[in-house]
Design a protein around this ligand. Structure first.
Ligand code: NAD
Ligand code: DAU
Length: 336
């Protein structure tokens, strides 16, 4: 597969993709371009010790940086993004900059460099909330929060570059992903680490029966690798495992695995415009040979175990940038 540019490789899924790809393909070289925002963390790549990996600290919006990073790369796998819905509700400027303008710059640079594959990692959130049935790739998109609207904007630019210039763009739409090294603003690492710290688990009141489909991070990486190798340019591929769970169910699972009871649940005001349910059909991807290898039961146990064994990783984060965010987002909003 040669040389691949990964953007946002110091984040949660991007770093898992780099660790896995270097393992799976002995001849691959990976260039990781990451701005190291609050969510980027080089600790996620501590185990990567090889000459087949290069790190570039930089911003995808910066044309010069992008042109330099993409040079000589056969493919781009684009993860870099602002990713947290709740932060996008407080202010979405950075989301528009990175998730729309950033994608535009990647497409321009890929076009200038005749890059042979450009895979944009997107999300099931672009379909919007779905009460019944499961979305297929040809369904209309209907994003309902600033994060998903910005991701949809990036996707549409990708599609436009495919139609206008035949740039070989592929798009994946992944469902809720979990596993080791996930920044503890997202519900599972937040609840797991709070439980370990004897702190309450802030569950959105009114959203406790909302549903997300849970995918273990290595299965998400395998899916992206499958689309990168076998996907058809111009096409979109849903990635979903089919483990649909209510928020109250995942909360109870975390309590069970951390040995805590329901008194640890703390009700906080619901997310405005909270999407009720995400659900996708992934037959198109499965026809390329992919299927999830890690069940919800196995995945959540492995994940809780990892956070138990790696306090060094998350305690640093929770005592740093995260602390102020948590105060604003939760402590001031607790329902008493
Ligand atoms: P993350 O928030 O953990 O990491 C994002 C990374 O992007 C960080 O390393 C950050 O430093 C980097 N970054 C942000 N802005 C940048 C910029 N302008 N230039 C260069 N680097 C920049 O994200 P994640 O949860 O790993 O998500 C990765 C991708 O997968 C995103 O595109 C997201 O939309 C998509 N996705 C995530 C999920 C999920 O459940 N986490 C599900 C489906 C799709
Ligand atoms: O569906 C894919 C998306 O999954 C990705 O595109 C996003 O980048 C990723 O952040 C994630 O978005 P969600 O909004 O679904 O994930 P989050 O972990 O923020 O919330 C999951 C559910 O848990 C959601 O219904 C809101 C609820 N929740 C979340 C937090 C952080 C709570 O009840 N309490 C919380 O403190």
């Amino acid at each position: 597969m040669g040389k691949i540019l990964v953007t946002g490789g110091a984040g949660f899924i991007g770093s898992a993709f780099i660790r896995n790809m270097l393992d799976w393909y002995p001849d691959i070289h990976i260039v990781n371009l990451d701005k190291l925002t609050y969510a980027g963390n080089l600790d996620n790549l501590k185990s990567v010790d090889t000459k087949r990996y290069t790190f570039i600290h930089g911003d995808i919006v910066d044309a010069e940086v992008m042109e330099h990073a993409i040079k000589g790369c056969d493919a781009v796998v684009h993860f870099a993004a602002e990713t947290h819905v709740d932060r996008s509700l407080v202010g979405a400027k950075d989301f528009l900059r990175t998730n729309v303008e950033g994608v535009y710059q990647i497409l321009l640079s890929a076009r200038n460099n005749d890059t042979s594959r450009v895979l944009l990692v997107s999300t099931d959130e672009v379909y919007g909330s779905r009460d019944v049935g499961s979305a297929v790739e040809t369904d209309m998109i209907c994003p309902r929060n600033p994060y998903s609207a910005s991701k949809a904007g990036g996707e549409l630019l990708g599609k436009a570059f495919y139609e206008s210039f035949k740039l070989p763009v592929l798009i994946t739409r992944g469902c809720n992903t979990y596993g080791p090294y996930q920044y503890p603003e997202k519900v599972l690492p937040l609840f797991i680490t709070n439980a370990m710290e004897d702190k309450p688990l802030p569950l959105y009141k009114g959203g406790e029966h909302n549903i997300r489909d849970w995918l273990y991070v290595d299965d998400h990486c395998r899916a992206i690798d499958t689309v990168l190798r076998k996907g058809v340019p111009g096409e979109i591929y849903n990635i979903s495992a089919g483990y649909e769970k209510e928020n109250i169910e995942i909360t109870r699972k975390v309590l069970e695995l951390t040995g805590k009871d329901e008194s640890f649940i703390q009700w906080v005001p619901d997310r405005p415009g909270h999407d009720r349910r995400y659900s996708m059909n992934s037959d198109k991807l499965r026809a390329l040979g992919w299927k999830p290898l890690v069940s919800w039961e196995e995945g959540i146990q492995k994940t809780v175990q990892w956070y138990k064994e790696n306090e060094w990783w998350w305690r640093k984060i929770k005592e740093g940038e995260f602390k102020k965010y948590y105060e604003e987002q939760y402590i001031k909003r607790i329902i008493t």
